[in-house]
Design a protein around this ligand. Structure first.
Ligand SMILES: [Zn+2]
Length: 288
């Protein structure tokens, strides 16, 4: 293990690459009928070993993928909004970061708003459960639709580039009660970036813990859609159970996150689609 004496606190930037929308009450109890915007978060971790992304957001190829056959149902339920210049790879290019500079992509899970930009980064290893990738590639028809999978979004060489998170070194992260069943794994040798299982929304669902200059940041993906789920127990509308892989597991993860948040008020928690929470953490990171 490396790292030495130097305490690495990678600079983190939060981008959003497109968005979809749901009625507010789908996202959380009492949320009203007004549509709520669900931005597609992409976190950029500028680690000395290379640029790490957490998720890849939407890209125009998602709109094309939902334009055919049964996948049109997906597009009707979750309208994809992404404009020219808004994809992760284009936003990174404007910052002087080439697609090939991205060495690692951690996918919270395999839904289109997290996966859409993956094909734009040909050099990155892809941290995701290989079993989920295999299942997705072999899926079809209603089974595929019910899982929210669009296999066309996977790069052709995905199998060669997948890195099983459980093959990484297990680490003690101060995240109890999370991790008591399924341990966290270090993505980099200095321990500043840690992959954290957050199952329920989907089997393969991951979070990412990053030690930043403004404190530890736990990127939650879709473990919750809104911070109020953690702080106030506001779970989504019951209809969301239909698209949640394991509802009991989902609820357990939310309860564990609530306990964690009470025990560690210093920890920054960030769901992928909570516009206010994203703006808050963006402000903290920009001021650092
Ligand atoms: Zn999502």
């Amino acid at each position: 293990m490396g790292g030495g004496d130097r305490r690495v606190e990678p600079h983190v930037e939060l981008l959003t690459a497109g968005w979809t929308s749901h009625p507010g009450l789908v996202a959380r109890r009492g949320g009203g009928r007004r549509p709520v915007r669900f931005p597609a978060l992409v976190a950029v971790v500028h680690h000395p070993d290379g640029v790490i992304l957490f998720d890849t957001g939407y890209a125009p190829r998602v709109q094309r993928a939902v334009g055919r056959g049964i996948d049109r149902v997906y597009g009707a339920l979750l309208p994809v909004h992404v404009t020219q210049g808004e994809t992760a790879v284009e936003q990174l290019a404007r910052r002087g970061i080439a697609a090939e500079d991205v060495t690692t992509i951690v996918l919270s899970h395999l839904h289109a708003d997290h996966l859409g930009g993956l094909r734009d980064f040909p050099a990155a290893r892809i941290v995701v459960d290989p079993r989920a990738v295999t299942a997705m590639r072999g899926s079809s028809g209603l089974g595929r639709l019910s899982r929210g999978w669009l296999p066309a979004l996977l790069p052709d060489d995905v199998v060669d580039r997948v890195l099983d998170p459980t093959s990484l070194p297990a680490v003690e992260a101060d995240l109890a009660p999370l991790g008591e069943v399924t341990p966290a794994h270090a993505l980099v040798a200095d321990g500043s970036v840690v992959v954290v299982p957050l199952p329920g929304h989907s089997d393969e669902h991951l979070g990412l813990l990053v030690r930043t200059p403004v404190g530890e940041l736990l990127l939650l993906g879709d473990a919750v859609w809104h911070l109020r789920a953690v702080t106030h127990g506001d779970l989504p509308h019951p209809v969301v159970r239909l698209i949640t892989r394991d509802w009991a597991g989902y609820r357990r993860t939310v309860v564990d996150l609530a306990r964690l948040a009470r025990r560690r008020p210093d920890l920054l928690l960030l769901p992928s689609h909570d516009e206010d929470a994203i703006a808050h953490v963006q402000g903290l990171l920009a001021a650092s």
